[in-house]
Design a protein around this ligand. Structure first.
Ligand code: NAP
Length: 242
């Protein structure tokens, strides 16, 4: 039976695991093991890092993996680099599955920036910020004069929570009405987000557009050169089936 390893942690990875299982392939999904209570895909699941590219290469050989799909989050750049390197070393074919990024519409007010650091540097002062870039990015946005943060994340950030931040623990999907209410309740005046793409978290962008809020949009890191890339689960399933 053809054995496929999916590097996961996304809705697309779960959808792909389900689709390949239906098609009769043996699927192993890999999760980083950082989130408490992750949404689990169907089929076999392993958790935790591999120990860099060498560890992943060993795993691919030991588990006789025929095909590797990197369906991690578009900002999981280390895992993606590690997958490219392990695939090169072992000759196991690799496909990267990335959902498309978001596109700015006519009524949007977006500023695209290349990094989280740049997003922090470009914040208007004073401002009340809707920060949705993940708990590990919080330190970059703290201690900035005139900046107050509503930081939303799935799991709590490392303590201590800075004085200028209120942490809201929540996990999508979100609604436009809910996002609008949140923006109004906390009198937020700028949204900071990574260009994650996908439908689960677009409500905040729609609410920002409706309320005329500017958005600081952090661009995705580039994918490694020469790696095959698709943006749909259907295309990834067809490729993985061989
Ligand atoms: P990262 O910085 O690229 O990865 C750091 C290390 O974590 C990797 O070198 C690897 O350790 C381990 N790792 C990451 N993804 C893994 C996976 N699917 N299976 C096994 N080990 C994994 O990644 P990250 O940004 O911390 O993201 C971690 C996970 O959360 C990913 O699976 C990603 O899909 C998911 N996620 C990330 C974001 C985000 O904004 N970054 C958002 C939603 C979900 P070793 O080097 O030891 O192999």
């Amino acid at each position: 039976m053809r054995r496929v390893l999916i590097l996961g942690g996304t809705a697309e990875a779960r959808a792909l695991a389900a689709e390949l299982t239906v098609r009769g392939l043996h699927v192993v999904s890999s999760l980083a093991g950082r989130v408490t209570n992750p949404r689990l895909p169907v089929g076999e699941v392993r958790e935790g890092g591999f120990g860099g590219p060498e560890g992943l290469a060993r795993y691919l050989a030991d588990e006789r993996i025929d095909a590797l799909v990197d369906a991690t989050h578009p900002f999981a750049a280390r895992m993606t680099a590690s997958a490219a390197s392990a695939a090169r070393a072992t000759g196991v074919p690799l496909l990267v599955l990335r959902r498309p990024g978001w596109r700015e519409g006519q009524d949007d007010r977006w500023l695209r920036v290349p990094s989280l650091e740049e997003a922090a540097a470009r914040l208007p002062r004073p401002s009340r910020v809707f920060l949705t870039t993940g708990r590990r990015s919080l330190p970059l946005f703290t201690g900035l004069d005139g900046v107050w943060l509503l930081a939303r994340s799935v799991d709590p950030p490392e303590p201590p929570v800075p004085d200028n931040a209120y942490v809201l623990l929540d996990r999508g999907p979100y609604t436009v009405a809910g996002e609008r209410a949140l923006i109004r309740e906390h009198r937020l005046d700028v949204l900071v987000t990574k260009d994650s793409g996908g439908a689960m978290t677009t409500a905040k962008l729609v609410a920002a557009r409706e309320l005329g809020l500017p958005v600081i949009m952090v661009d995705r890191p580039p994918t490694p050169p020469g790696v095959r890339l698709v943006d749909s689960v259907a295309d990834a399933a067809a490729w993985a089936q061989g």
